[in-house]
Ligand binder design. Structure first.
Ligand code: PMV
Length: 332
């Protein structure tokens, strides 16, 4: 057994999906029931260092300076077990991870968390993996994490098994100056997490129709991004978001994430668009609204959103780059 410390650190951005991932073909491997398309969120970052240490008798996870236990730690241990199997090592690791965006701000931190963890753990374990292999590895931690590995505008190719399910960049971050204005309505942790939510998706009678029409929306979204066609992206993204929420609301257990302020912003986005401001909404598994607009409109949209009753905070994020390793000496 090795007595050497093996350490590596990585940084990754979260992402916001225009075409959503909701429902799995294989829950254990997190193979999705359909593809999805997202934009990485620049400025917001998770930084993670992994150190495999022969002196440890168990894995440790330190999140924003606090040691963790329970489910959060277990999920990271399961992920590290997979990395250890791939690398043929048996050392426990200390994982230190920091988000520079507020936890519970309605931005899914699991995407940037498992993307940064995949890069840092693979490098620390001595694995040399391609971008596609790193994306596949990140997917095992959290499905949407596979989309935070490549840069800019990203498509997760659903695939049908572990080998064929990973994400690729369809355009770099500087391809289009879109900004995500996150209108935070609640900072409370969601009562039903997405792992549980994905399992409920197939119990909605609407999921079949949603999946059947997904390839057409993926095509429309990809084309809209490549042509920088804002109207087309707005239309297909709002439709796809509504379809996901319709499935959420009609499963064996009802998942109704919207609050009054959520609906108010959905109406406002439509009114602003009709009045000539290019903006659309999208919403994940929570009440917070992501307003997408060109950079030139960002301050105006953020100011208007902040006026709406029930909005606690407004964040802005432009398109972000790929996950990457940090130099050994960098502090998190
Ligand atoms: O990666 P997960 O299991 O947290 O699922 C993400 C689900 C949504 O955020 C609601 C949609 C998406 O595609 O990001």
């Amino acid at each position: 057994m090795s007595t050497e410390l093996k350490s590596a650190a990585a940084v990754s951005h979260p992402n916001i999906a225009f075409i959503k991932y909701w429902g799995n073909r294989d829950h254990h491997l997190r193979i999705p029931a359909s593809g999805s398309i997202s934009m990485n969120l620049g400025r917001l970052e998770t930084r993670t260092r992994v150190t495999f240490n022969p002196a440890l008798t168990a894995d440790r996870l330190i999140l924003n300076g606090e040691p963790t236990s329970g489910k959060q730690l277990q999920r990271v241990q399961t992920f590290l077990d997979h990395v250890r199997r791939l690398a043929g090592i048996d050392l426990y690791a200390e994982v230190e991870s920091k988000n520079d965006f507020p936890t519970g701000a309605g931005i899914a931190s699991s995407a940037s968390a498992f993307s940064a963890l995949a890069l840092a753990a693979a490098a620390a374990a001595g694995l040399q993996l391609s971008e596609a292999e790193l994306s596949r590895l990140a997917r095992r931690g959290s499905g949407s994490a596979c989309r935070s590995v490549p840069g800019g505008f990203v498509e997760w190719l659903a695939g049908e098994d572990d080998q064929s399910s990973y994400a690729v960049s369809i355009a770099p971050a500087d391809h289009w100056d879109l900004v995500d204005i996150v209108a935070v309505i609640s900072q409370v942790h969601k009562p039903t997490g997405s792992t549980e939510g994905h399992a409920l998706a197939e119990t909605s009678p609407l999921q079949k129709a949603r999946l059947k029409s997904a390839p057409a929306r993926l095509e429309q979204c990809r084309t809209a991004i490549l042509r920088r066609d804002f109207e087309a992206l707005a239309e297909v993204s709002e439709l796809d978001c509504n379809l996901m929420h319709a499935v959420m609301m009609t499963g064996a257990r009802r998942l109704l994430y919207w609050q009054p302020a959520t609906i108010e912003l959905m109406h406002a986005a439509g009114e602003w668009r009709r009045s000539g401001i290019p903006v659309f909404y999208t919403i994940d598994a929570g009440p917070n609204v992501h307003l997408i607009c060109p950079a030139a409109e960002a301050d105006r949209v953020a100011a208007a959103a902040a006026q709406i009753q029930g909005i606690k905070e407004v964040l802005q994020a432009p398109a972000g780059s790929a996950a990457h390793l940090l130099a050994e000496e960098v502090n998190l």
